[in-house]
Write a protein that binds this ligand. Structure first.
Ligand code: SF4
Length: 434
């Protein structure tokens, strides 16, 4: 006869899709489960509860989330009922009860706003058979870098974006909780902390006593002086002289800005419900380099936005060709239900959007690879991250953000070490140090 358990200590595995913000949410849920006495493991096949933290920012991400859910439904323990699947994150937030009606296999749906209740959800699921004793050893993970979320949500309502619908209003996290999170990542071995949010530059503006991102990073860089601090997702409006001066002042704040521009044509930007123009963006570059001459820049762009004329697209290509970026992510416009851009006239067909995105990517690759090659001869500090399958040691310089910008190959060091190297060669986005 089989038992039915409700509140045993459980083994839980996460499958995380999407961006770094989801990775942070997974870590937070994992910490809550550990604190409540449950075990978090890496292998979904051995877990009592498999939580898939979904992304549904754009249609292709939603499709990937659904494919992953179906794959996980085929795990033997999910099929025989001794384990259960939980769907968390952006997809339940975006699709709500429609999703629950469509998918019968998951035992629970946890939208972003309810992730704080994950312990209660996990404990409320009844499973068949004996759980919690299938794993001998918890797999400890210790990363050289960590993401720390400083706010959630977004108030900008860019016309193409589902994030405000999924994540709600912008809310900054208090300084004390960010500091505590950074301290716990550093204690766990992180040598680099990447501050993330939908819009990092707005941090603190919603407090009763408003604060600035510059103030926050200065505090963190002072206290955690042996840790690199990196700022991601900084909208152009957030690149203030105050912030640039703080970046210039501290060696451990990476001279690196990820500034999502999406476009440079003023009319397209206005239609996107964003502000600015090519001239204003170029002025912003001047301000950046006058205060931080060695700044590395990354951006993301959208090709094929509704109504984007051939002329506006050519302007974007010309901008990329003459821009100071080292890294550029290019995405074809994705038409998302519920957004304002969904109903705009002059939607481009899929082939045209893909073709435009590829044209900009080709230009961006040439421009960025040659900018990366200009680092040959530079003396750089590399944070050693690990060893590749072929035994090659690698790490990253301050000019390379984790997971997106390539790596630097080095000759010696242990993961977590900072080593000095001279860049002797580059291959597209990878660099070789000696
Ligand atoms: S700034 Fe715009 S694109 Fe970024 S999350 Fe907010 S609404 Fe979306």
């Amino acid at each position: 006869m089989q038992n039915v358990n409700c509140v045993n200590a459980r083994t839980v595995a996460f499958v995380t899709l999407g961006c770094a913000k989801n990775e942070v949410d997974t870590r937070d849920m994992g910490n809550k489960l550990r604190s409540a006495g449950h075990r978090v493991i890496d292998n979904p096949e051995l877990a009592d509860i498999v939580i898939v933290n979904t992304c549904s920012f754009i249609q292709s991400a939603t499709e990937e989330s659904i494919d992953t859910i179906f794959e996980l439904c085929e795990l033997p323990r999910i099929e025989d009922g001794s384990a259960a699947l939980v769907v968390a994150g952006c997809m339940p937030a975006r699709y709500g009860s429609d999703l629950e009606e469509e998918l019968s296999e998951p035992k629970a749906f946890v939208p972003c706003s309810k992730e704080d209740d994950i312990v209660a959800v996990v404990e409320s699921i009844a499973l068949e058979g004996v759980q919690g004793d299938l794993v001998d050893e918890e797999q400890a993970t210790s990363d050289v870098f960590a993401y720390v979320k400083i706010s959630d949500g977004c108030d900008r309502w860019c016309s193409y974006c589902t994030i405000p619908i999924i994540r709600g209003r912008y809310r900054s996290f208090p300084y004390e909780s960010i500091r505590e999170e950074v301290a716990s990542c550093v204690d766990a071995g992180a040598k680099e902390v990447c501050l993330i949010a939908q819009d990092t530059g707005k941090w603190g503006s919603d407090f009763e006593d408003p604060q600035t991102l510059a103030w926050l990073v200065e505090k963190l860089a002072t206290e955690f002086c042996d840790t690199w601090i990196r700022i991601m997702y900084l909208q152009p409006e957030g690149i203030t002289e105050e912030l640039l001066s703080v970046i210039a002042k501290f060696d451990n704040i990476c001279s690196y800005i990820d500034m999502p521009l999406q476009h440079v044509d003023a009319d397209v930007l206005r239609s996107m419900n964003r502000s600015g123009s090519r001239a204003e963006i170029e002025e912003c570059f001047e301000r950046i380099f006058s205060i931080v001459p060695d700044m590395t820049l990354r951006t993301t762009l959208i090709a094929g936005y509704p109504g984007e004329t051939e002329e506006q697209f050519e302007e974007l290509c010309d901008f990329v060709e003459n821009s100071p970026f080292s890294y550029i992510g290019v995405f074809p416009y994705s038409r998302e239900e519920g957004t304002r851009a969904y109903d705009l006239p002059d939607q481009l067909d899929e082939d045209e959007k893909l073709e435009r995105a590829q044209r900009i990517r080709d230009i961006a690759d040439a421009v960025c690879a040659s900018r990366v090659a200009m680092r040959i001869g530079n003396k750089e500090t590399v944070l050693v991250e690990g060893v590749e399958d072929d035994g090659q040691l690698y790490g990253r310089c301050q000019c390379q953000a984790p997971e997106v910008d390539g790596v630097t190959f080095v000759e010696k060091g242990e993961p977590g070490d900072f080593v000095k190297t001279t860049i002797i060669d580059t291959l597209m986005y990878e660099m070789e140090g000696e």
